[in-house]
Write a protein that binds this ligand. Structure first.
Ligand SMILES: NC(=O)c1ccc[n+]([C@@H]2O[C@H](COP(=O)([O-])OP(=O)(O)OC[C@H]3O[C@@H](n4cnc5c(N)ncnc54)[C@H](O)[C@@H]3O)[C@@H](O)[C@H]2O)c1
Ligand SMILES: O=P(O)(O)OC[C@H](O)CO
Length: 327
């Protein structure tokens, strides 16, 4: 919202917590989630979703764009509420990266269920919110089955410090965004073990995890109907490298702290933000198994998250796997 409001558009930010919305409007700072960033004066803030949606309906369908920025757990409800209020053909993007716990669905599959009349898609790619909000250079990808929606995203967000590419492969873009979170937990665990023991896994192991992680992300994506080259792009390799190695990643931090032996519940309580890879890991594995896709790194992450393996055992099991062709 901050990025768009710095441009030429009218931007309305909805927050579900009325007190928080009031505080943000009064102080121009989101003290709980982005305390370092001063919000643009042009940004309007409201806690009344019906009023926000009614305002959107006044604009022609091609001139207004809704962006859902909740965790994956809130996407279904938000899509349903938007679909109930917006006229058919309205454009809507989400930023959520994950598989829905329970249903095991990706965002575009949920949208097909609950918002079939809207033109929907994903805005994804390597983008720590803090850097985007500070105006640090970032490249994103907007993906949709609708051919006009990526262009709308470009018109809304493409600017001097934010490049927006378009993609017609929402499946690949969503698989990349969801699986990289699980792989960032894996590299966090690996790096946490390296920090604890100089004779433990090191930088070679991290590079191997990222590369073989990309291979398993691609295998799942192809089985779900994605295009292979998407995984070499911003939402695949790009977001994987960022999240697996970047100190701002919450998923990576979960892995680092699990490697220190902290219980998952404590790690999540201290984090205070969503780490989507935690909820997505088991779902990724479930969908992979249903499709006959092997995802050994994801399997190791699930074992550690569920407390069935210690990090060292999970790594040893990965190393004992039979030799195979790289491709
Ligand atoms: N933070 C980042 O750098 C970043 C970058 C790109 C994409 N994402 C993705 O965006 C999504 C949100 O991440 P975040 O970092 O903002 O999470 P966060 O935990 O920091 O903040 C989540 C926000 O959503 C609100 N929220 C939670 N559940 C909700 C619900 N059911 N309905 C409405 N609001 C709800 C919370 O009150 C909070 O304001 C995730 O899927 C994440 O993977 C995050
Ligand atoms: O902090 P993370 O691990 O949720 O990652 C944030 C973004 O998805 C990075 O692109």
């Amino acid at each position: 919202a901050s990025a768009a409001a710095s441009g030429m558009h009218e931007v309305l930010l909805w927050a579900r917590d009325a007190q928080q919305a009031q505080a943000i409007a009064a102080t121009r700072v989101n003290a709980r989630y982005l305390p370092e960033v001063a919000l643009p004066p042009a940004l309007n803030i409201s806690a009344d979703l019906d009023a926000v949606l009614a305002h959107c309906t006044q604009a022609p369908a091609d001139a207004a764009l809704l962006v859902i920025a909740t965790p994956m757990a809130g996407l279904r409800e938000m899509l349903a509420r938007c679909a109930a209020s917006l006229p058919a053909g309205h454009g809507l993007l989400w930023l959520c990266k994950g598989f829905e716990a329970g249903s095991g669905l990706l965002g575009h599959e949920i949208a097909r269920d609950v918002a079939p009349g809207l033109r929907t898609g994903i805005l994804s790619g390597p983008s720590f919110a803090l850097e985007v909000a500070r105006g640090q250079p970032t490249a994103l990808v907007a993906a949709s089955f609708d051919d006009r929606l990526p262009q709308q995203a470009i018109e809304a967000f493409h600017a001097e410090t934010l490049r927006v590419y378009s993609s017609a492969d929402p499946v690949g873009v969503e698989v990349g965004g969801a699986v990289k979170n699980v792989l960032a937990i894996a590299t966090g665990i690996c790096d946490g073990m390296s920090q604890a023991d100089a004779a433990g896994p090191g930088l070679n192991a991290r590079a191997a995890l990222i590369t073989r992680g990309l291979a398993e992300m691609t295998r799942l994506g192809l089985a779900l109907g994605a295009r292979e080259h998407t995984f070499m792009g911003l939402s695949g390799l790009g977001d994987l490298v960022l999240t697996a190695t970047g100190a701002l990643s919450r998923n990576r931090r979960v892995g680092l702290e699990l490697a220190q032996g902290k219980p998952l519940a404590q790690v999540l309580a201290e984090l205070g933000h969503v780490a989507e890879g935690v909820a997505s890991a088991a779902v990724v594995l479930q969908r992979a198994r249903a499709l006959g896709v092997e995802m050994p790194i994801t399997e190791a992450v699930v074992e550690v998250i569920e407390g069935r393996s210690r990090a060292a055992e999970a790594l040893a099991r990965l190393m004992r796997r039979e030799a195979r062709a790289e491709a």
